[in-house]
Design a protein around this ligand. Structure first.
Ligand SMILES: [Zn+2]
Length: 166
């Protein structure tokens, strides 16, 4: 039994260059719940970058808290970053469709929607004209992303942005 929920309209397949990816099998409509991660809540001090599949298993869920997914690989570990994503956050552990998604499309979110610390920084090659090329733990602070992802940031980042907007 999986710890996480994945909408049955999705499946995980291997993808060259990034291990695996999640794809839509059928039309997913805007606002539909796509994924809910389950796992263990850990503190910043318990992060262990040397553990196997660290960046696949860890997602930041609050200022000092992270969710660690199960040691056994689950389909929900396979959502890749895109600078032009079709999923956004609901709460801290849920992903919803930001627009209608056609069968066959890869399902992605922007790691700027969830990352508020530098635990998973990388070079992006998503191929979109809007690609930031380097994805960092500070990308959430870009005002152009506040507009683009309004209502789709992880709850704790939405709180941070609200403070900055005052
Ligand atoms: Zn990119």
């Amino acid at each position: 039994m999986n710890n996480s929920y994945l909408n049955p309209k999705c499946e995980t397949r291997s993808k060259r260059g990034s291990g695996c990816a999640v794809y839509a099998l059928r039309l997913i409509t805007k606002g539909e719940l796509v994924s809910l991660w389950g796992g263990t809540v850990i503190t910043k001090d318990q992060l262990d970058p040397d553990m196997p599949r660290f960046t696949e298993r860890v997602i930041q869920i609050d200022e000092e808290l992270y969710l660690l997914t199960s040691a056994e690989k689950e389909p929900n570990d396979c959502f890749n970053h895109s600078c032009e994503p079709n999923l956004g956050f609901i709460g801290q552990i849920g992903l919803v469709a930001m627009r209608d998604i056609e069968a066959g499309e890869e399902l992605t979110f922007d790691y700027a929607m969830s990352d508020g610390a530098p635990y998973d920084e990388f070079e992006c090659d998503c191929g979109n004209p809007t690609c930031r090329h380097k994805v960092t733990g500070n990308d959430w602070a870009m005002p152009q992303l506040w507009k683009k992802y309004d209502g789709y940031f992880s709850s704790y980042l939405a709180r941070r942005i609200e403070q900055l907007r005052k």
